[in-house]
Design a protein around this ligand. Structure first.
Ligand code: ADP
Ligand code: ASP
Ligand code: MG
Length: 416
């Protein structure tokens, strides 16, 4: 029998009606002859509410205890989904991450999956029972409960699909697939029928949160085909899979934006060998994830170095930069926490010059100033003022002709 893993996100199980609708869909899939394994997120905004509660209670919040708290959210959904399935005459059993055999490292709140044992799930499937697994959680090699980072139920679902050799993994959410831009920002965004892992990795890495980055990496590494679909309309969605000859090589497939990073600038840095090395070594040793870096050409023997870091790592990064500045004779450390990164992603970019020029021209027309630039073979990203982020996404979406009428294959305006 074909095996399908179905993941239901927070909005999809947001209230009792939604849970019954999800159970109904699981029951239909089961009755159509497929074996089903389910991964569920916490209901609605439960995880956000639990984090807020923790913040109200304590300034310290040890990772182990935070994980213990947050995993409660998914426990609620898995039990309720099983009850709704029982109502429909479908045998189902809930499993925590630990019971499902999801073994992780010990990095609380952002653990990585090391192994999925899955014996109890296989046993349940053999008995004709639908296993419903709490997403976003695992158990460390030290036997403590861990979580996989925000949005981690996507990772749970893909990891289960890989471990159980599922034929496909369906990610049910509140939009009908992966779009050319976040449909909340660009109402005319178009749903993509198919997208390659390569492009999806860039989309997820630059703010397209419909699939969390780690789940896409996992799916690509383990060859798990994904389908992103709506749990509201149930219509066919977007397939994420290996690139093949039938796939359109759109010059630009999607436009994304991300406000999760902040910019630091160290001014008046002496322009001599070893300065950048000492700064970025100190940041690396403190586990700060530096993303973009720009160093200006020097005037009078000094230069400015700007770089972006995740907002959550700002305090540590500032502490390190301010500690180092006097030692390297730098002038000052400046922080800009109101920046956004806007990116255009497309596999066809590799063979089509002019994509960058089109991007810069479009931003210029909107009077949006570009603060930093970085590229990969299939992505161009610009750091802009956070207040301009949505406007930037809309103007770029338009400039590359990605709206419903366009095919995303050719830029709408000159520039190649
Ligand atoms: P879930 O709770 O189901 O995991 P998420 O909120 O994590 O849902 O992800 C779905 C959301 O991702 C959508 O509601 C949409 O606003 C957002 N999103 C951002 N970029 C895109 C994109 N390119 N295509 C589709 N959705 C996107
Ligand atoms: N509930 C978790 C979160 O909100 C995991 C998930 O939804 O995927 O991040
Ligand atoms: Mg999500």
């Amino acid at each position: 029998m074909p095996l399908v893993v179905q993941k239901y996100g927070g909005t999809s199980v947001g209230d009792a009606d939604r849970i019954r609708a999800v159970a109904d869909h699981i029951a239909r899939t089961r009755r159509s002859g497929d074996d089903v394994v389910v991964a569920v997120s916490a209901m609605g905004k439960t995880t956000d509410e639990l984090i807020r509660l923790a913040e109200d209670v304590s300034a310290v919040r040890p990772g182990r205890e935070l994980d213990m708290l947050l995993t409660a959210g998914e426990r609620i959904s898995m039990a309720l989904v099983c009850m709704a399935l029982a109502d429909l005459g479908i045998a189902a059993e809930s499993f925590t991450g630990s019971q499902a055999g999801i073994v992780t490292d010990s990095v609380h709140t952002n653990a990585k999956i090391l192994e999925v044992r899955g014996d109890r799930l296989r046993d349940a499937i053999t008995r004709g029972v639908v296993p419903v697994v709490a997403g976003f959680q695992g158990v460390s090699v030290e036997h403590d409960v861990t979580t996989l980072g925000r949005g981690g139920t996507d990772t749970t679902a893909v990891a289960l699909a890989a471990a159980l050799g599922a034929d496909r993994c369906e990610i049910y959410t509140d939009v009908t697939g992966v779009f050319t831009a976040d449909p909340r920002i660009v109402p005319g965004a178009r749903r993509l029928l198919r997208v390659s892992f390569e492009e999806m990795l860039e989309i997820s890495a630059t703010g397209g949160r419909v699939l969390i980055l780690r789940s896409v990496e996992f799916a690509r590494n383990h060859h798990v085909p994904l389908e992103v679909r709506s749990s509201f309309t149930w219509e066919p969605g977007t397939w994420v899979s290996e690139e093949d000859a039938t796939m359109e090589q759109a010059i630009v497939s999607a436009v994304t934006s991300d406000t999760s990073e902040v910019k630091l600038t160290i001014t008046g840095v002496p322009d001599r060998p070893g300065i950048a090395a000492s700064l970025f070594r100190a940041l690396a040793d403190a586990s700060v994830n530096v993303d973009m870096i720009v160093q200006n050409t020097s005037h009078d023997g000094t230069t400015d170095i700007s770089f972006t870091v995740p907002r959550t790592e700002l305090a540590v990064a500032v502490q390190i930069a301010e500690g180092l500045a006097p030692k390297i004779d730098a002038a000052a450390v400046l922080v800009d926490d109101a920046v956004a990164q806007v990116s255009v992603v497309g596999a066809g970019m590799k063979t089509n010059p002019g994509v960058t020029a089109t991007m810069f021209e479009a931003l210029a027309r909107e009077q949006i100033n570009i603060q930093m630039i970085s590229t990969s073979p299939i992505r161009i990203s610009c750091v802009v003022d956070a207040a301009s982020a949505d406007a930037a996404v809309r103007v770029l979406h338009d400039a590359y002709g990605l709206a419903s009428s366009g095919d995303g294959l050719r830029p709408a305006r000159a520039g190649g």
